[in-house]
Ligand binder design. Structure first.
Ligand code: PGA
Length: 252
């Protein structure tokens, strides 16, 4: 049985005191409600160490990681550093990193690999742009992103990866993929993995949907058979919405 996961992605939001308030609320939410899904929060680097020390009911993730081991890379944070403060994982290849920081599929693949080598769970993001969807290229785009970044991994390694399909046109726009669109492409991604690594491994990998998931639309999306949870941006920034999303999935 693959894991059900509700993951937040705070992006570049929250001051220290705001971060502590929300983490404390979320930690106590999970402790009290004991949801039947894993709860992950991707938070800015500088809050990670404190969060790992204080909030034991949460899975604490970074929002990125360097593709390099160590050395002269000013401003970067390595997988080994994240491991040394017991961070659980990292979001890798988010479309905002691809778009604003020009990350390539090859770099993203290197990040996934180094995260795994350091015992971090990568949430590998893929997804097409609006023009690519409109011209019917979404399958092709997602195939290339997935193959280049992930298909260098051994079967043992790929089993530990979580995938987040996030159509770029649905991120922060209020527009979501329909549950049918999400199911179609999630099943396709799973079929790519099955072709390369076999059905048993493909069936073990959690594939999350991301892009304007809100309490009002989550149930329909989370109900689809190949959707194993969500990667949530805007609605992870307050306990009311994020708690409602966790509850919705836990109740399914
Ligand atoms: P959103 O962001 O939920 O605000 O659309 C999702 C994401 O970028 O991970």
């Amino acid at each position: 049985m693959r894991k059900k996961i509700v993951a937040g992605n705070w992006k570049m939001n929250k001051t220290l005191s705001e971060a502590n308030t929300l983490l404390a609320e979320l930690d106590s939410y999970v402790k009290t409600n004991n949801p039947k899904c894993e709860v992950v929060v991707g938070i800015p680097y500088l809050y990670l160490a404190n969060a790992k020390e204080k909030y034991e009911n949460l899975n604490i993730y970074a929002e990125d990681v360097s593709e390099h081991q160590s050395g002269a890379y000013t401003g970067e944070i390595s997988a080994e550093m994240l491991k040394s403060i017991q961070v659980d994982g990292a979001i890798i290849g988010h479309s905002e990193r691809r778009q604003y920081h020009k990350e390539t599929d090859e770099q993203i693949g290197a990040k996934v690999k180094i995260a795994l080598e350091n015992g971090l769970t990568p949430i590998f993001c893929n997804g097409e742009l609006l023009e690519e969807r409109k011209s019917g290229k979404h399958f092709e785009v997602v195939k290339k992103q997935t193959e280049v970044a992930l298909f260098q991994l051994s079967p043992e390694e790929i089993k530990k990866v979580v995938i987040a399909y996030e159509p770029v046109w649905a991120i922060g726009t209020g527009e979501t993929a329909t549950p049918e669109q999400a199911q179609e492409i999630h099943a396709y991604i799973r079929s790519l993995i099955a072709e390369k690594y076999g059905k048993e491994i493909a069936d073990e990998i959690s594939i999350l949907y991301g892009g304007s998931v809100k309490p009002a639309n989550a149930k329909e999306i989370f109900s689809k058979p190949d959707v194993d949870g969500g990667l949530i941006g805007g609605a992870s920034l307050n306990i009311k919405d994020f708690g409602a999303l966790i509850q919705t999935y836990s109740d399914l």
